[in-house]
Design a protein around this ligand. Structure first.
Ligand SMILES: Nc1ncnc2c1ncn2[C@@H]1O[C@H](COP(=O)(O)OP(=O)(O)O)[C@@H](O)[C@H]1O
Ligand SMILES: Nc1nc2c(ncn2[C@H]2C[C@H](O)[C@@H](COP(=O)(O)O)O2)c(=O)[nH]1
Length: 241
């Protein structure tokens, strides 16, 4: 028997043991409209030494082998939505499955909001043809059935569309300059139906709702109200509003 064939059982065993050794940390996804304050919220938790903070991989979307997919999507959504969502789903899967030494993992968004909010929006606006949505959905189902992308808690940064629109104008991100207010209003309603009314799609974990309209000068107190649950120091009460 060749030396390689002798190696196969060893490789298989080590892969099997690696799989079983992977212990998913207490995983919290931070969800909310564009500009709702997710990155700001994550920065607040960076100070804890038992929390791994994973912001959205937006720089990967702005430079995929030299292509700014985020810009392409906003400039011509009909042409580029499928390409963009395919890459978002891949990069978010990477975020979910990244190994971490921390007992708590805080992630900005997830494969869930990509599918349930943004692809949902594209479907309503007929920006993606049905076959394209079917392919995205098959990948999503495979990922959520077969990969360890479980979550333990959802933090919903609940905002009003007017507030996020004002923040986005001030943030002045180049790719977002052409987005109309109605886009954020519609995304708000989708987030509300998914995470607050829970009438849209499956909700993969208990939801904590924060009033993210509060100004930066006082919102720290709102974050602190839920710190113990987010840091997994308290049992999560389902449907905390
Ligand atoms: N509570 C707040 N009050 C006022 N401005 C805020 C607040 N939270 C975030 N911002 C500002 O709004 C913009 C969007 O915040 P950011 O954290 O990037 O949101 P997201 O990550 O959800 O897009 C940024 O310019 C940020 O400084
Ligand atoms: N079409 C999609 N756009 C998405 C998705 N995830 C994020 N985004 C956009 C929204 C913003 O312009 C930018 C960063 O999001 P923030 O909320 O952090 O500002 O990326 C998606 O799945 N589809």
């Amino acid at each position: 028997m060749s030396s390689l064939r002798k190696l196969i059982p060893t490789i298989a065993n080590s892969m099997a043991s690696a799989k079983t050794d992977f212990i998913r940390p207490f995983t919290v996804i931070v969800e909310g409209n564009v500009g709702s304050g997710k990155t700001t919220f994550l920065n607040h938790f960076n100070k804890y030494d038992n929390v791994g903070v994973y912001t959205e991989p937006i720089e990967m979307w702005r430079n995929c082998n030299g292509y700014n997919l985020l810009e392409l999507m906003y400039k011509d959504p009909k042409k580029w939505s499928f390409t963009f969502q395919s890459y978002v789903q891949l990069t978010m899967l990477r975020q979910h499955t990244r190994l971490t030494k921390y007992p708590v993992k805080l992630m900005e968004r997830s494969v869930y909001s990509a599918r349930y909010c943004f692809v949902e929006k594209m479907e309503r606006d007929q920006l993606m043809a049905a076959p394209a949505i079917a392919v995205i959905d098959e990948w999503f189902k495979f990922i959520t059935e077969n990969e360890n992308v479980g979550v333990d808690l959802i933090v919903y940064l609940r905002t009003s569309p007017e507030v996020v629109y004002d923040r986005i104008l001030k943030r002045n991100r180049s790719e977002e300059r052409t987005i109309a207010f109605d886009y954020f209003k519609s995304l708000h309603e989708i987030h509300e139906d998914w995470l607050y009314h829970k009438t849209l799609h499956k909700v993969p974990a208990p939801v904590i709702v924060l009033n993210a309209d509060l100004d930066q000068s006082v919102i720290g107190e709102e974050y602190e109200k839920y710190e113990e649950q987010i840091l997994n120091k308290l049992p999560v009460q389902a449907h905390v509003y």
